[in-house]
Design a protein around this ligand. Structure first.
Ligand code: RB5
Length: 145
């Protein structure tokens, strides 16, 4: 699994913590985000990570801002992206199982790093369940047209 990660200036520290955490797990990570002393408007980083997912440069994306709201709204504007903002692991798990999310968002001002790791674990370990959920995801895709 190859994951693209991105962040705005509100989430630099948390981005690095999650990046290291994923690498420790043996997951390949591409860092599209910014580092110390840099600034970026959240729609731009969301766009970069989302496009990397759509073009299959990476399998999934994780985008972090202050609340997770701005990056999730932005990511969902990109055709082919199903992003969700999660503040707990249950929604993260079900977002993959039921909604086939391909971008996970959370907020550095909302969740601490340990909770963020639990959210990430729940999401990357979950799989889309298909069946009735496939029909619903197909209906979501129709909304993009
Ligand atoms: C940046 O201050 C903040 O607005 C951004 O990180 C995010 O929370 C937006 O949704």
């Amino acid at each position: 699994m190859r994951i693209g990660i991105g962040n705005d200036h509100a989430a630099i520290e948390l981005k690095y913590e999650i990046l290291d955490y994923l690498i420790e797990k043996g997951i390949e990570v591409v860092d599209y985000g910014i580092g110390e002393d840099e600034k970026i408007d959240y729609p731009l980083i969301s766009e970069t990570v989302s496009n990397a997912v759509v073009s299959k440069e990476v399998d999934y994306g994780i985008v972090i801002c202050g609340t997770g709201v701005g990056v999730s709204i932005s990511a969902n504007k990109i055709k082919g992206i199903r992003a969700c903002v999660c503040s707990e692991p249950y929604s993260a798990k079900l977002s993959k199982e039921h909604n086939d999310t391909n971008v996970l968002c959370f907020g550095s001002r909302v969740v601490g790093s340990e909770l963020a790791k639990m959210i990430v674990d729940a999401w990357i370990n979950a799989e889309f369940l298909g069946e009735r959920h496939l029909r619903r995801v197909e209906l979501i895709k129709k909304l993009e047209k």
